[in-house]
Write a protein that binds this ligand. Structure first.
Ligand SMILES: Nc1ncnc2c1ncn2[C@@H]1O[C@H](COP(=O)(O)OP(=O)(O)OP(=O)(O)O)[C@@H](O)[C@H]1O
Length: 264
């Protein structure tokens, strides 16, 4: 059997105080193969970000185990993260934002690598621009270039396209798929969007809240590459979309902590 790249075994993680505890994740087990794109889909508070932070080595589980390449994860270590808030350094140019993320390289080599990745995301002309001079979509491309420039084997993406307009979001999804086809990495991608999950994932992990658990895992059968035909026109797309949407809706309507509890 091929060993998993990322492995969570019976992981539980809580926050808060003894009087007001929150069980963010309860008994979560998940194996992610090398090069697989797994999308974590679920309503607010189901522990998606907590799961990513555990895999990044930013926090430790209270119970159970997390390994990356068979070892407890350490921040850095071949793993890159991309967030919804771009987390760019405002006083550095686009090129230097990317180069800054490559501290192990010499200055000239880091700049050269930065320029290469800026060209891959179509930002060569903006290498000397400040983040404030870029549109939202361009800033997210810059954040993606910065993550990819470290040439990670594991990419952790926390709602990276959520703040983009609909058109930029679709273009970024295609961009990500193209980049992953050229230089494969294992990807754990968090989203609230059913369509984003269906377009990007090899496998969708549907999570339910309070406590965060895996409710269902779905292998996404659509052929790749998915950018050169209309995946959404496939009959199975509508079926899967409806199934996921109904499950998410039911989770939200049945969650006493949700504003939508009991409606519908
Ligand atoms: N640092 C923290 N301190 C206290 N509670 C936390 C902390 N991090 C997460 N939680 C709680 O754990 C639960 C899961 O949070 P998490 O952010 O992982 O969920 P999520 O699925 O990513 O949510 P969203 O989709 O809204 O980002 C929530 O109830 C949250 O309030």
């Amino acid at each position: 059997m091929i060993p998993a790249h990322v492995l969570l075994s019976g992981v539980s993680r809580g926050f808060g105080t003894a009087k007001a505890p929150t069980l963010a994740l309860s008994q979560v087990s998940l194996a992610v193969a090398r090069g697989e794109v797994v999308v974590l889909l679920g309503p607010s508070g189901c522990g998606k970000t907590t799961l990513l932070r555990l895999v990044a080595g930013l926090i430790r589980p209270d119970a159970g185990g997390v390994t990356v390449d068979g070892q407890p994860p350490q921040p850095g270590d071949g793993t890159a993260m991309v967030f919804q808030s771009f987390r760019l350094i405002p006083w550095k140019t686009a090129r230097d934002n990317v180069a800054f993320a490559l501290p192990r390289l010499g200055r000239a080599e880091a700049r050269e690598r930065a320029e290469h990745y800026l060209s891959l995301v179509g930002l060569s002309r903006f290498a000397k621009s400040w983040p404030a001079q870029l549109s939202g979509g361009m800033r997210q491309r810059l954040a993606l270039a910065r993550a990819l420039a470290a040439e990670p084997t594991l990419l952790l993406m926390d709602e990276p396209f959520a703040s983009l307009d609909a058109q930029s979001r679709e273009l970024m999804q295609i961009e990500l798929m193209r980049l992953m086809a050229a230089r494969p990495a294992t990807v754990l991608f968090v989203t609230h969007s059913v369509d984003e999950a269906l377009i990007l994932a090899d496998r969708i992990v549907l999570m339910s809240p309070r406590p965060g658990r895996i409710a269902e895992e779905i292998a996404v059968p659509f052929p790749r590459p998915r950018w050169n035909h209309d995946t959404r026109a496939l009959p199975d797309y509508a079926l899967l979309r409806r199934h996921l949407w109904e499950r998410l809706r039911d989770m939200v309507l049945n969650d006493p902590a949700s504003d939508f509890h009991g409606r519908g």
